[in-house]
Design a protein around this ligand. Structure first.
Ligand code: 13P
Length: 249
């Protein structure tokens, strides 16, 4: 049985005080559920969020990480810095990192290796741009993003990988992939994994959908057989809204 996951990517939002307010509200709203709930606040708020959430089932993830162990990389954060404060999940490959910070598949493959070497679970993001979809190249683009960053991994490494399909044209635009478009892509991703590894491995990997997921559309998207949850941006910044999405399974 695959894990159902709802993760909130806060991006560059919420200062320390606002972060603590949101975390406390999430704690109040959160009722026991079988869904794994993860929040990814900015680096400056990770430790406080971890402490506030101690003993709760909500876990904390970082939004990025460098591939080097340490050294002269001004402004960067390493895997061991994350594990030293108990952060055991990282989002890698977000389209905003690819677009604004020039992250390439090659760089992401290195980040993936470093995270795994430190026992960090990865929420690996990828997705096509609008021009790719218009050219009917979405499957080709997605397959190459996955292959280039992840297909060097052994089968056992996949225990620590969650995939997040985030079509770039649906992020922050209010335009969501239809539940059918999400399902078609997720089924394609699973087949791509089955072909490279085994059907059993493909069946065990959670694949999240991200891109304008709201409480109003989450239920329908999550009801699709190959959609195992969501990576939520804007709607994760409001406790009631996010909790409603968590409760949409
Ligand atoms: P929105 O939910 O704001 O479209 O963002 C999705 C996203 O990028 C999550 O990583």
């Amino acid at each position: 049985m695959r894990k159902q996951i709802v993760a909130g990517n806060w991006k560059m939002n919420k200062d320390y005080v606002d972060s603590e307010i949101l975390v406390s509200k999430l704690l109040e709203q959160h009722h026991h559920s079988t869904t794994d709930v993860i929040i990814a606040p900015p680096f400056t708020n990770l430790l406080a969020a971890k402490n506030t959430l101690k003993g709760s089932p909500i876990s904390v993830a970082a939004q990025n990480m460098h591939f080097a162990e340490n050294g002269a990389y001004t402004g960067e954060v390493s895997a061991s810095m994350l594990t030293s404060i108990g952060v055991k999940t990282v989002i890698l490959g977000h389209s905003e990192r690819r677009a604004y910070f020039n992250e390439t598949d090659e760089m992401l493959a290195k980040k993936v290796d470093t995270a795994l070497a430190h026992g960090i679970r990865i929420i690996f993001c990828f997705g096509e741009e609008l021009a790719d979809r218009k050219a009917k190249k979405e499957n080709e683009v997605v397959a190459s993003q996955i292959k280039n960053a992840l297909f060097h991994l052994s089968a056992s490494a996949w225990d620590h990988i969650v995939l997040a399909y985030e079509p770039v044209w649906a992020i922050g635009t209010g335009e969501t992939a239809s539940p059918e478009q999400a399902q078609d892509m997720h089924a394609f991703i699973r087949k791509t994994l089955a072909d490279q590894y085994t059907p059993a491995l493909a069946d065990a990997v959670s694949i999240l959908y991200g891109g304008s997921v709201k409480s109003a559309n989450a239920k329908e998207i999550f009801s699709k057989p190959d959609v195992d949850g969501g990576l939520i941006g804007g709607a994760a910044l409001d406790a009631e809204h996010f909790s409603a999405i968590v409760n949409s399974f």
